[in-house]
Each structure stands twice: as C-alpha cells, then as structure tokens.
Design a protein around this ligand. Sequence first.
Ligand SMILES: [Cu+2]
Length: 157
Amino acid sequence: MRKLALLAAFAVVPLALAQDPTAAPAGTEAKAVATAPERTPSPASAEAYIISPLDGATVKSPVIVRFGLKGMGIAPAGVKFENTGHHHLLIDTDAPADPGLPLPASDKIVHFGKGQSEASVMLTQGKHTLQLLLGDQNHIPHNPPVMSKKITITVVN
Ligand SMILES: [Cu+2]
C-alpha cells in the first residue's frame, strides 16, 4: 500500500503539470470534464489548523509541526476520494495567488503526498511563518481553499 501510494504520487505530478490550467476558467463549478483540471469542492465544515507549535511559540529546530484537519479526511496524492486531500506546509510564504493551479514543490511549499499528519522541519534561528494548505489528488487547492491560519514562531538555539 505504501509503495502504491508513492507510485501514484510520482505518476500524478507530471500529469498535473502537463495539464493546461487555462483550460478551466477560475471559479468554474463542477460539471466535471475529465481532461481539464478542475477545482475539487470542499465541504463548508472543512478546517485546517496547526495543532502545534502554537502561534507565537518559541521553539528549537528541528520543529515538529502537527497538522490538524476537521470536516475532511486525508488521502495520498494521486488518490481521488470525496472530501479528502493532503497537506502542504507553507513556510515563510503566502499561498500562490492562483488557487486553480497545482501547488509547486519548493523549500517553502512542502508537499505531504503520502498523507502525513506531521513533519519535522529544519528552520534557521529567528521568526518564521507556517501555514497549512490542503490540496486535492492533483495538488490543487480545494474550492474554497482549506487553509489554516498563518502562525508565527520564533526559533532559537
Ligand atoms: Cu501536493
């Protein structure tokens, strides 16, 4: 199962990137066209939140970040299942302006496509912001996006 999920994650990334995001106008609701990337709807009750560290906390690196999610479930990237998604941790950055595109992977946008619910994050000393953003099987934020409050922490030695 673990291997399968991994394979699925690798298989879906090039596919998602290859799709033309302009094919589906932003804000288009439902009426699924199999070939065009579409926003996956999120239930109104959905909420992502950072369990720990707490906003304003002073912590040491590596920082264990625990991901909270209400009203939805976790599924690995590449797996389509209603009302699920996987976490992305935004580090010292805002969410990309266009929520209709697959989230890029970078040092500041970390994917947890295996369905992880916590991460150990190496951070330099000083202030950092953390925010969770759920993505669907294609790493595209839901509609509306399921995003946590952005927290600020201070990392010390
Ligand atoms: Cu992702």
